[in-house]
Design a protein around this ligand. Structure first.
Ligand code: RIB
Ligand code: CA
Length: 305
């Protein structure tokens, strides 16, 4: 049976590929896409999510949510995602947003879903946190929480912190306190998902559909990262989706994750303890079969219109 999910995102170039992957995968039942400001402002991320669902001809509700974190300042990443959030790639506009604010919609879905729902967060976790903290009784309707978030060694927005965790560390702390083990696709994992020119060129040979072309064009516009000596760019967000589809491509281990909230250079740092001495509130994705991952993505993008 398809896994029912709510996908919360901030498209964003890698979010765009994660959205297309989710929409192309019969293993998932995307009940709703909820959108936050993050990589770029909500006034851009929301239309991007709508354009992507329209491109894939998917009948999935798309709802706007927060345009800033719970506390702290809004810190976009235009230098990575371009002013339009999609690397400058222009898509045909999608429809208007589905009525309903993200946190309300998340709660409504959880309250009425016939089976527990997987919450997937690939942007700042603000929408998910607001939904769960304002109605804790809905926790029993959450199957699991899967996040692209965190870094155990080296951040990408500060030396200490990964972008999503840094953007709203209080929201991440709320999710870590729900009692559900949070599945983490951290930078330590996504660094293994290196989108190189060769991998993108291989995708382009798989078909001529507009979604495949958009995925290739969007990812090709992402600056090659100095983190990888200019060899490619880590493809972060789809790793959280792909784990739900093909967990066999990953290895994982339980652990305890905490997030630093204090102002200063460590704000947003995520700390992993695998000693077993702390309550294990996380499942940490450790390794990825990168070739299998990129093959999966190419096949799925090629299956879309
Ligand atoms: O650190 C990578 C994460 O931050 C990804 O979700 C990317 O889209 C940005 O939101
Ligand atoms: Ca994102």
């Amino acid at each position: 049976m398809p896994i029912p999910i709510i996908l919360d995102c901030d498209p964003g170039t890698d979010d765009a590929l994660a959205i297309l992957l989710a929409l192309a995968s019969p293993e998932l039942n995307v009940l709703a896409i909820t959108v936050a400001g993050g990589n770029v402002g909500l006034e851009v991320t929301l239309p991007n999510a709508l354009a992507l669902t329209a491109l894939a001809k998917a009948k999935v509700p798309v709802h706007g949510g927060v345009d800033r974190p719970l506390l702290g300042e809004f810190v976009p990443a235009y230098h990575v995602h371009h002013d339009n959030g999609l690397g400058g790639v222009v898509l045909p506009p999608g429809p208007s947003p589905t009525p309903g604010i993200a946190a309300d919609v998340i709660r409504d879905i959880l309250r009425t879903a016939p089976e527990p729902v997987t919450l997937v967060g690939i942007g700042p976790a603000t929408n998910l946190a607001i939904a769960l903290v304002t109605e804790p009784a809905l926790n029993i309707h959450v199957r699991q929480i899967v996040l692209m978030s965190g870094a155990w060694k080296r951040g990408n927005v500060t030396p200490a912190a990964e972008f999503n965790a840094y953007s709203d560390p209080e929201a991440l702390a709320i999710l870590l306190g729900t009692g559900h083990p949070v599945v983490f696709a951290s930078l330590d994992l996504t660094d293994q998902a290196l989108a190189t020119p060769a991998r993108l060129a291989a995708w382009r040979t798989l078909g001529s559909g507009r979604c495949l072309k958009a995925a290739c064009d969007i990812q090709s516009a992402v600056p090659l990262s100095a983190r990888f000596d200019g060899k490619g760019a880590a493809l972060h967000d789809p790793t959280a989706i792909a784990w739900l589809i093909r967990p066999d491509l990953y290895t994982a281990r339980p652990g305890h994750v905490s997030v630093d909230l204090a102002p200063g250079p460590d704000r947003g740092r995520t700390r992993l303890d695998t000693s077993g001495h702390e309550t294990q509130n996380a499942l940490v994705l450790e390794t990825l079969d990168a070739d299998g991952f990129f093959t999966l993505l190419g096949e799925r993008f090629a299956s879309l219109p």
